[in-house]
Design a protein around this ligand. Sequence first.
Ligand SMILES: Cc1cc2nc3c(=O)[nH]c(=O)nc-3n(C[C@H](O)[C@H](O)[C@H](O)COP(=O)(O)OP(=O)(O)OC[C@H]3O[C@@H](n4cnc5c(N)ncnc54)[C@H](O)[C@@H]3O)c2cc1C
Length: 454
Amino acid sequence: MSAFELDRDLDGRLILRGDADYEDIRSAMVWNELKPPRYPDVIVRAASERDVLTAVRLARSAGLRVTVRGGGHNWVGTSLRDGGMLIDLSQLDACAVDPASARASVQPAARGRDIAAALAGHGLAFAVGHCGSVALSGFILSGGLGWNPGAWGPACLGLEEIEAVTAAGEVVRCSEHGNADLFWAARGAGPGFFAVVTRFLLRLRPLPKAITTSTYVFALPEVADVTSWVSEVAAVLPSMVELSVVLGTAPATQGTKAVVVTATSFAGSKDEAARSLEAFHACPLAERSLTRVTRAPATFDTLFEFSDALWPPNHRYAADTLWSREELGALLPSLADDVAKAPSDKSVVLAIIPPAAPAGNPWPDMAFSMLGTSYAVGYAIWQDPAHDQANLRWLREALGKVGPLATGHYIAETDLPAAPSRARRSFTPGTWERLRAVRARWDPDGVFHSYLSA
Ligand SMILES: Cc1cc2nc3c(=O)[nH]c(=O)nc-3n(C[C@H](O)[C@H](O)[C@H](O)COP(=O)(O)OP(=O)(O)OC[C@H]3O[C@@H](n4cnc5c(N)ncnc54)[C@H](O)[C@@H]3O)c2cc1C
C-alpha cells in the first residue's frame, strides 16, 4: 500500500523518512534539544483517537514495531527508535471536566498547566507534574511524582480508568475492575508500556485554596547541616507540605550556586497554611540563610513559573535519578561538591523525601515502585553543542559517585541508555517479572517496543 493510500485512512498525517519535513517533525518529537540519532521509518501524527486505532492496525499489518509519543518530555527521547512506526499523540490534548463527579477525562498530550487551569475553574485539582509543559501521558504512566505528593501520592493513584488501543488493534477500557492487569501496568510501567493510552479518567481533588511557599537559600558549603535539618523537619511536617532541596543556581539564588530549601503547603485556608509551616519556620539555621522568603501566597501558575525557570525550554539536557535507603545527608554533600564543579552553571540536583502511604491505608497494587526513602535527580543543563561531552560526563560521574548508595531508579527520568539494567532496577524484582508476564499476555508478538536500553 502506498503512503498516499495510508494517508487517506487518517484524519491526521503520515510522514515517511525521506519526506521534506521529516527531520523537523522527528526532532520536534523530543522536548530536549539534545536529539537522539534514532530514526523511525514512519511517523503518524494522530488527529483523532480513531487515528491511533488505524495506525496500530496499519503497523501490525505492515510488520512495523510501534513507539508512542505523548508530550515529548522523556529526557532520552524514548519515543524515537530506529525503524518502525512512531505514533505522535501531541494533537490529542483535550481535558473534559465533570465537576459533579469530580472526574476529568483527559487525552494524553494535555499539559499540566492546561489541566490545572481547567480544573481550577471548578475548584478542583490534580497531582500534575512540576513543570507546566509536562503532559499527562508518559508522566502518569510512569507513576508521576507531581505536586503535593505527601497528601495526593504519586499521580497514578488518582487514575481511575484508561482507554487504550492494544497490540491486537482493539480498543479496551481498563480499571481495577476490568482488564485489571493492564491497568496495574499503566500505573507505573512508564516508557515500556505495551498499549497506546488515548484517554485517562482522573479522580480529582478539591483545589487547595491557600497554597503557600516558604524558601531558605543557603551557601553551598552549608549543605551537610542544611540536609540534616531537612531530614528532621521532614519527619514532623504535615503531609500537605511538599519539601524540596535544590542544589545549584535557582531563581532565588541570584546567580550563585546555593542550597535552596522550599516548603510548599497545599493548605485549604491561610490559618491552616500558617500552622502547617510552623516547624519549617522554626529553622535553627535561619540566621545562616543568604535569603529567605516566608509565607508567599502561590497558585499552580506561580509554582509552574518557578519550575519552568529551573528547567527552561530550548536547552540540552541529561538527567539521571536514584532512590536510596540512606538519608539525604549521605547523598547531598557529594552531589553539592559536583554541582560546584559543574561545567554549566544551569545544572542542578533536586532531592526530595518521597511520599509514603498513610498508616493503615496502603496504596493499591500497581507497577509504580518506590524503591527508597530518599530520592535525588541530577540534571545537566546547557546550550552549546560543543559542550555535550563535558556535560554528559559530569552527570555520569556525579551520579556515579553516589551510585553505590542507590537502591534503584525512577523510570520517568532515569538515564535508560546508561546501562541495560536501568529499566529493571526501576521496579521491585516481583514487579519486573509481573510486567514481563502482563506484556506477554497483551503484546505476545512484540508490536510495541520495550524499554530503551544501552
Ligand atoms: C521539564 C520536565 C519536567 C518534568 N517534571 C516531572 C515531574 O515533576 N514529575 C515526574 O514524575 N516526572 C517529571 N518529568 C519526567 C516526565 O514525567 C517523563 O519523562 C515522562 O515520560 C514524559 O512523558 P511524555 O508523554 O511527555 O513523554 P514522551 O517522550 O512523549 O513519551 C515517553 C514514553 O512514554 C510512553 N508513552 C507516552 N505516552 C503514551 C501513551 N499515551 N500510551 C502509551 N505509552 C505512552 C512511550 O513509551 C514513550 O516513549 C519531567 C520531564 C521534563 C522534561
